[in-house]
Design a protein around this ligand. Structure first.
Ligand SMILES: [Cu+2]
Length: 150
């Protein structure tokens, strides 16, 4: 029979290695530490927006207002079906279209409008409200959101 002579300090080092290794595995696997840079799950991505309004009075008492999509810019991946969820908060109705596509519809106050869309070409697409798209003085800036497809 052969005996190995092992130093106590060596055993302690081995034990620590096993314990910390397992501890690290446990912490990561149980989600104690969130993993960073993990791609989102393969479910369809939803982009939430609202219709909002800014209103103010000029010194002469004239009221000015601007409607907008909020957020005004979103970035979406090319070639993937995504959903735009637009909740109508301000303004009773917003007839919309997405430039360069055949997507049209109406966003109504108090309702969520779901738009399933897929962009196959990279570029900047405008989501435009046709009611609030003019520079007619009353609704000064156009109601537009920019969809960056990369
Ligand atoms: Cu509008």
């Amino acid at each position: 029979m052969r005996f190995f002579v092992v130093r106590k300090s060596f055993l302690i080092v081995i034990a620590l290695c096993i314990l910390t290794g397992f501890g690290g595995w446990f912490i990561v696997n149980k989600g104690v530490i969130p993993t960073i840079g993990k791609p989102p799950a393969e479910e369809k991505q939803v982009f939430n927006m609202i219709t909002s309004e800014f209103k103010t009075k000029l010194d002469d008492g004239t009221e000015i207002e601007a409607y907008r999509f909020d957020p005004g810019t979103i970035t979406v991946p090319r070639g993937k079906e995504i959903t735009l969820s637009i909740f109508g908060v301000n303004g009773s109705e917003h007839p919309y279209s997405i430039e360069g596509t055949d997507v049209t519809g109406i966003i109504k106050k108090g309702e969520e409008t779901l738009i399933d869309v897929q962009f196959d070409k990279a570029g900047v697409y405008k989501l435009i409200c046709s009611t609030h798209s003019s520079h007619d003085g009353h609704h000064s800036p156009p109601m537009v959101a920019y969809i960056y497809v990369y």
